[in-house]
Design a protein around this ligand. Structure first.
Ligand code: MN
Length: 215
């Protein structure tokens, strides 16, 4: 008997902000993620780690999304793995072209935090024959999604935002009070810590300012 395990999702996306947001949302809902920043390393990661689902940007360095899906669908071991395009292309003809190229479906950019994970889950459960434009959540499913969103909002604002502010604040204090005594590389590292903490806090602020947290 096959042991049940968490589905693993390969995210192939060269834009760091988009990839981080997708990975963040997927992890928040308990999925295991694998990341690749270009098409060639995405195909290599799929062959090596055999994910349950692939989310793939279309415009990618080294090998574009159409090349990725061609490679994966020509691979006997990976043909059954759904490959979903994540793309800003939204014309009717684009959709046909993507499906004709082997993609099992598509999710529109920009990523909508409130619907992204449930869209992804449809492809995971094999429910993806359905028209991608139709809402699919049942009442029970959306109730459980609401509860998950509530705990996600709590985690974002309390568990993540507060310590990030503390990291930024203590790094600033170190720079202000002891910066003159520190060698330049140490000051540079402290500035990097501040920048990264503020960047992460900015991502969280943006998430909390967008639906469904604002509705
Ligand atoms: Mn891209």
């Amino acid at each position: 008997m096959t042991e049940r395990r968490e589905p693993r999702i390969l995210v192939i996306e060269d834009n760091n902000t988009n990839r981080e947001l997708m990975v963040y949302l997927l992890k928040a809902f308990g999925h295991v993620t694998i990341e690749a920043c270009d098409g060639a390393s995405g195909v290599a990661a799929a062959r090596e780690q055999h994910p349950d689902l692939v989310l793939c940007d279309v415009h990618l360095p080294k090998l574009d999304g159409y090349g990725v899906v061609r490679e994966l669908k020509n691979d006997d071991g990976l043909r059954e793995v759904p490959v979903v395009a994540v793309t800003a292309l939204a014309m009717v003809g684009d959709r046909d072209r993507m499906l004709a190229s082997g993609f099992d479906g598509y999710i529109s950019k920009p990523i909508a935090p409130e619907t992204f994970v449930s869209e992804v889950q449809r492809f995971l459960t094999g429910d993806h024959a359905r028209d991608a434009t139709q809402p699919v959540a049942s009442d029970a499913a959306s109730e459980s999604t609401d509860r998950k969103l509530e705990s996600l909002e709590f985690a974002l604002s309390h568990d993540l935002r507060a310590p990030l502010r503390a990291i930024d604040g203590f790094a600033r204090v170190l720079l202000d009070d002891f910066g003159a005594e520190l060698p330049k590389p140490a000051r540079d590292h402290l500035r990097t810590i501040r920048n990264e903490a503020r960047r992460a806090a900015g991502i969280i602020d943006n998430l909390l300012e967008s639906p469904p947290f604002t509705t």
